[in-house]
Design a protein around this ligand. Structure first.
Ligand SMILES: CC(C)(COP(=O)(O)OP(=O)(O)OC[C@H]1O[C@@H](n2cnc3c(N)ncnc32)[C@H](O)[C@@H]1OP(=O)(O)O)[C@@H](O)C(=O)NCCC(=O)NCCS
Length: 241
């Protein structure tokens, strides 16, 4: 499902159940040793997908893929990538950093968001559009799609900026026919970040009981000298550098 959503330079690997016999490397195992079984399973299969995707770009895939302080997967320097998992689906995507500046993917069950969540994560105009989509195109849970798109935005944004992004910091418009969505980062989200991305374009799909969204930003769209890589990692003004 995910392959159709990504730039040609991005390799992907997805599964719809946890394959038997997959194990973690010892350094990865330490990250989930005390986690509940469901978390251990999604993490293990996510790392398996990551290694399979890395092999597809002919990148050595025998090194541990650890997690950074904000939960982000720590890819080799020359690689960009993203991982998602939800009930009945796990996927990872990777690309060479020389070709792709950032990529973010997210999968969610194609089920209504719990009561109150749309109001919590969507701007008023997004809520109105979502309700209209639910009326006009009832085959897909557009509230869940919007949520997934926001998660993909964050996973694309964070590796570029090393900064948080709140749900109300990105305005998303989903095209229900064309399979795309547009993202505008609002001024408060980009405040204080040099060369912050202002817009992204993503793609979505739905099927097999899940919705999937993805954003890929090519290196041509975002050359390395636009990336605030030396920006201290701060969380809403509190420096953790
Ligand atoms: C981190 C977050 C995006 C994960 O999304 P999710 O739908 O809960 O879970 P998913 O299974 O799809 O994704 C989990 C994976 O995301 C990746 N991830 C976690 N934090 C990340 C970060 N800061 N940057 C990039 N990827 C990250 C990890 O690979 C993780 O899997 P792993 O721990 O097994 O390696 C979400 O929990 C979160 O914190 N959201 C708040 C921020 C946000 O969405 N803002 C909205 C901006 S418009």
């Amino acid at each position: 499902m995910i392959e159709q959503l990504l730039a040609a330079e991005v390799a992907s690997y997805e599964v719809f159940e946890d394959p038997p016999g997959v194990t973690l490397l010892s350094e990865e195992e330490a990250l989930v040793r005390d986690s509940v079984e469901s978390r251990r399973r999604e993490f293990t299969t996510g790392r398996h997908c990551a290694r399979m995707a890395l092999a597809r770009i002919e990148f050595p895939s025998d090194r541990p893929i650890l997690s950074g302080p904000r939960g982000e997967p720590l890819w080799p320097d020359q690689v960009r990538g993203s991982i998602t998992h939800c009930r009945g689906y796990r996927a990872a995507v990777v690309a060479r950093a020389s070709e792709i500046a950032s990529v973010g993917i997210d999968a969610e069950p194609d089920q209504p968001l719990p009561d109150g969540v749309l109001e919590a994560v969507a701007l008023p105009e997004e809520q109105a559009r979502t309700k209209e989509l639910l009326r006009s195109f009832p085959g897909v849970r557009w509230d869940r799609m919007l949520f997934s798109a926001k998660e993909s935005v964050y996973k694309t944004w964070f590796p570029i900026t090393r900064r948080p992004l709140e749900f109300e910091d990105a305005l998303i418009e989903i095209d229900p026919v064309g399979g795309t969505f547009s993202v505008r980062i609002l001024p408060q989200g980009a405040r204080g970040i040099r060369n912050a991305p202002e817009r992204f374009t993503g793609r979505w799909t739905a099927g097999k009981g899940i919705v999937v969204t993805a954003i890929s930003v090519t290196a041509a769209e975002r050359p390395l000298d636009l990336n605030p890589e030396r920006t201290p990692d701060i969380h809403r003004g509190v420096s953790t550098a």
